[in-house]
Design a protein around this ligand. Structure first.
Ligand SMILES: [Zn+2]
Length: 502
């Protein structure tokens, strides 16, 4: 009898979980339908941001556009938080869990390019542009957010969806400030969204920690031949700082990196320079290790000032922890990649990709049709400021397929196709995976618990402290002159359409 009850209970629970799964599938299918029927509006979001083409900290048109668009779909939007006028944070829903979509929409200098031209053809010569495709991030995030809201309302799913568009990712700026301002405090999970040429999620440490700072030395001018003993040589201090760090390298971990450029070094040889500046990046495999290297660098700078009788001023520029990608999140995202797959490319799109690859002297491989194999990531030596988020909230990553294989970012060629149907289809696929993964998190409390357990394990023994000095403030004037100079000409290319989500 007792066994019969057990079996009945077991059948009941199996039935219940099957029911939950079926309901989950239904909700997901609904979200996918919402995304498909808003293909046009989604493309308008990505294309509008493409033609705004704004540099980091100057994403004013982009922020205004996102605010209007997100308010139009019922989100509450704050622009200007954490002391950054172009920071965009949007939120909808109530209660737990709270999931944050984390991304960026900034362009790169000199990146202006007609997205349909294979030869170099800037829309505005000398202007910035989206030669990494961050414009597509806005489309993915907004489309997923709308689909989530529609689906959560329909299926009465509790929870809060937030969107974070952090300024100036290309200069590693905003996320440490957002973390410091407490934006991620009550978040249960986050997903970092980025363009790629395939669909991909991964887990483990993705990249390096970095600290960037400028050291300016102030001395005293004198005639280099007549009275050099009256001078105090700021360039000497810069040179000694450089040599000093080279001496230190032998005693740093093999994982360390340190690179510098001399940004001011005097005017002409017969004037002892009273002003010189050296700009450093130091990196390492972990946040604390990078900080240790940096503290040694600061001491070397102080020593150089002492040796030369000059005065040192340090200007903090940026810092980042390595990105830590959560394995349980990655598994959940991968399941959605498996369901959604890659876009169905048309013959015309494949031809576009092949012809472009040929014109660049690349192998004409066309577009990817199969998702990358799932697995752990390798730690790269580059850095991304969103790393700071990942040590505060369990974070998954999603790269979506809106780029052309073989074309590397950070050059004008990567702007080609970013406001074209290849990008548009990639945006829809990215939005589906993102919405599907977040629906899984919202509807499966057990999944959130496992994500958090993984996070506790990954961060055991690690104390997150910001790598910024406490007095650091966001460099809000960054890129302003350049952007204000070219924006009037760029305005002529704005598409001036309003995305209507329905
Ligand atoms: Zn990027």
């Amino acid at each position: 009898m007792r066994n019969a009850v057990k079996i009945a209970v077991a059948i009941f629970f199996i039935g219940l979980s099957a029911f939950a799964r079926a309901a989950g599938d239904e909700a997901k299918n609904h979200a996918f339908e919402v995304i498909d029927r808003n293909a046009e509006a989604t493309a308008i979001v990505g294309d509008s941001l493409f033609y705004f083409g704004e540099l980091g900290m100057q994403e004013h048109e982009s922020a205004k556009f996102l605010k209007q668009t997100l308010e139009g779909i019922g989100f509450k939007v704050e622009v200007g938080g954490a002391g950054m006028p172009t920071n965009v944070w949007a939120q909808w829903g109530s209660g737990k869990p709270k999931i944050v979509i984390v991304t960026e929409i900034d362009a790169l200098p000199e990146g202006s390019q007609d997205p349909l031209s294979f030869p170099r053809k800037p829309l505005v010569p000398g202007a910035p542009g989206h030669m990494e495709g961050h414009n597509t991030h806005g489309a993915v995030a907004v489309a997923a957010a709308y689909a989530l809201k529609q689906t959560m309302e329909r299926y009465k799913l509790p929870g809060t969806i937030a969107l974070s568009f952090g300024p100036a990712e290309e200069q590693l700026i905003s996320r440490p400030f957002l973390v410091r301002a407490g934006y991620f405090k009550d978040a249960d999970a986050a997903i970092l969204v980025h363009i790629g040429d395939n669909m991909r999620t991964t887990y483990g440490l993705r990249n390096y920690a970095a600290i960037s700072a400028k050291f300016t030395f102030h001395g005293k001018t004198a005639h280099g031949a007549v009275a050099p003993w009256e001078g105090r040589d700021a360039l000497d201090a810069v040179e000694l700082m450089s040599v000093g760090y080279d001496k230190l390298r032998e005693h740093l971990r093999p994982t360390s990196r340190g690179h510098r450029t001399i940004t001011m070094g005097g005017i002409q040889p017969n004037i002892i320079p009273d002003l010189a500046q050296i700009w450093w990046y130091v990196r390492d495999a972990s946040g604390p290790a990078a900080k240790e290297n940096f503290d040694k660098l600061v001491n070397i700078g102080k020593g150089a000032a002492l040796m030369t009788g000059t005065r040192m001023e340090m200007e903090f520029v940026a810092s980042a922890w390595p990105q830590l990608a959560n394995k349980v999140m990655a598994e959940a995202i991968q399941k959605n990649i498996d369901v959604v797959g890659l876009p169905k490319w048309s013959d015309e799109e494949v031809k576009f990709a092949r012809d472009f690859q040929t014109s660049l002297g690349l192998k004409p491989v066309g577009l990817n049709t199969q998702a990358l194999k799932f697995g752990a990531t390798q730690q790269s030596y580059s850095s991304n400021d969103s790393g700071d988020v990942t040590w505060n909230v369990p974070t998954g990553t999603l790269d979506f397929s809106a780029g052309i294989p073989g074309v590397t970012p950070h050059n004008w060629q990567a702007a080609v196709g970013k406001a074209y149907s290849i990008a548009h289809k990639g945006e829809l696929a990215g939005a589906k995976v993102l919405a599907g993964s977040i629906l899984d998190l919202l509807s499966t409390p057990e999944l959130i618990e496992r994500v958090k357990a993984q996070f506790r394990e990954d961060t055991r023994g690690v104390q997150y402290v910001s790598l910024m000095p406490p007095e650091a403030v966001p460099p809000v004037d960054m890129n302003r002159d350049m952007m204000e100079r070219v924006r009037p000409e760029m305005r002529k290319h704005y598409i001036n359409k309003t995305p209507r989500f329905q």
